[in-house]
Design a protein around this ligand. Structure first.
Ligand SMILES: Cc1cc2nc3c(=O)[nH]c(=O)nc-3n(C[C@H](O)[C@H](O)[C@H](O)COP(=O)(O)O)c2cc1C
Length: 139
């Protein structure tokens, strides 16, 4: 299991760090390729111009053979989910995307100040624990 994230202003990083801490791994940026195959990748990715950032797409392309299923944790100013843009990319690469994700508003100029907040960090930590527990059960 691994956690990677891309962030511009720190919102996604907060979620990724909380998720990683909850399941006892390090949250690393997408600049660090996956070292080995991982059945579960918790991916911190948010909306920029109605899509994933191109750097996230490149990371997925370069690491695709090492990724089983992605659970996304992300933020945005207006959107509710990263599932669709992520699935579009992942399908082409043979990567599964879980319907389970954590998505919340992220502060953007004067919109959503303080988000993600302490409750979001607690929620994302719970989600991470729950998906890891399910993975363990499937073994
Ligand atoms: C260049 C740019 C483009 C953005 N485009 C969108 C968008 O299309 N839809 C949206 O809901 N939020 C958009 N946002 C808001 C970000 O998704 C939001 O601020 C998010 O929390 C940023 O995460 P980060 O701090 O990890 O970079 C955009 C932000 C930036 C800086």
């Amino acid at each position: 299991m691994a956690v990677r994230y891309y962030t511009r202003s720190g919102n996604t990083e907060k979620l990724a760090r909380a998720a990683a801490e909850a399941v006892g791994v390090q949250a690393r940026t997408i600049e660090e390729p996956l070292e080995e195959r991982t059945e579960l990748l918790i991916l911190g990715a948010s909306y920029y111009a109605f899509d994933l950032d191109p750097a996230v797409k490149t990371f997925l392309k370069e690491n695709a053979p090492k990724i089983g299923t992605i659970v996304c944790v992300g933020t945005s100013a207006m959107m509710k989910s990263m599932y669709k843009p992520l699935k579009r990319v992942a399908d082409k690469l043979g990567i599964c995307v879980s319907r389970e994700e954590y998505h919340c508003p992220g502060s953007f100029f004067k919109v959503h100040p303080g988000k993600p907040d302490a409750q979001d960090l607690e929620n994302v930590a719970q989600l991470a624990c729950s998906v890891v527990a399910k993975l363990e059960q499937e073994k």
